[in-house]
Design a protein around this ligand. Sequence first.
Ligand code: MN
Ligand code: MN
Length: 480
Amino acid sequence: MFMAENDAKEKKTKYQKLEEKLALKKKSAWEQFTDKQKKETFALCDEYKSFLGKVKTEREAVKEIEAFAKKKGFSELQKINKLIPGSKVYDIFKDKNAALVITGKKPLSEGARIIVSHIDSPRLDLKPKPLYEDSGLAMMKTHYYGGIKKYQWVNTPLSLHGVVIKSDGEKVEINIGEDPKDPVFVVSDLLPHLSAKEQNKRTTVDTIKGEELNLIVGNMPIEDDKIKQKVKLSVLEHLFDKYGIVEEDFVSAELEAVPADAPRDIGFDRAFVGGYGQDDRVSAFTSMAALESIKTPEHTIVVLFYDKEEIGSVGNTGARSKHIEYLFGMILEQLGEDMSAHNIRKSLINSIALSADVSAAVNPTFKSVNDPYNSHLCGYGVALEKYSGAGGKYSGNDASAEFVGKIRSLFIDKGVPWQAGELGKVDEGGGTTVAVFFANHGMDIIDMGVPVLGMHSPFEIVSKADIYSAYLAYKAFLGL
Ligand code: MN
Ligand code: MN
């Protein structure tokens, strides 16, 4: 004799059933994935690591996005005459921001589906006159970019990336420190033996001061006693021989010192990706990957990658700029639609958008900064943040309940692992991103991205389950 299947299972009590029906459930994305999805998670993250390792600056990100676009059959928007439903085009602005577009069946004035991320990350920028010699060392002065904990950027190998514009206008590209055979640069901290009297009394924020973020770049003097700064001249000689640049050329340069390490798996189970610049290149990568399977959408799809988010989305390549209006104007023109200022506004107001940016994950060692009921856990899926901001939601974006409802239903429908919460405890600190600036155009927008451990450090940590969940979320949204 055998028992019927239902009888074999433990019978649920009335209140177990009620709890199942009423209470919010928290379940790891890893537990929600099928075996096939787990496999895809690791495959996608291998691609992601290779992207992340190649892309250490906004300019390098734009180049990789352009290469992806060309490989996937996107044409340059400004070089074609006509767009039809299903056209795939890309646009690059000032080498620092990019847009990938797939035109929909409906007119653009009925609204686009927009995902916007940022491709700049915190780093140390060289000052306009960086080079000096002191105590037998050639050094370079930096000015940090974005919100960093300065003490995290010492004693770690840094590479130097960027461009130098010479006085004749020639652009020289620099990339030193990524090849294992390359030299690297480093900011050296004080030894503990001599830290007792002064440095140990500093507060954390001043453990390393901004003016102490000086890179070591040389030590070998040239052989000529008539020269005072022999080590500095030796570095200048090397720079001239190798790149044809002189000291004044640094004035018209953008050189960024960034962590030289390649992305790595973390954990016995390899469940995490560790690496520099995941804020916010993880969103750039996953939103780009989400485009791959899309043919001809109902609504036009616009995937945007902005610069300058880490310093407030300012400037002509940041999300506060009027760039989006210009881009929409161009698309309307090529579609043969009315491109009046009013129709551009209408197209923007009718759009819906995701602000794809990372959030904070709970670090079990520092749990006191989180509200345990409203925080994001590593591995629990893409994080949906209804609002951002600090100290009374100040300066944050606050998505409407209606729009959050729409996104939530979509995720339930498409089986996307997701979680909802906020960055940290009320009045503990806070942050915001590009969503507010896009909301200014009238569209509905919500913050959504992966939770990160050690955000803005030289080695940020993200769960692969969350990366795959973000990819699923962005793909589902683009199909709306
Ligand atoms: Mn970010
Ligand atoms: Mn950031």
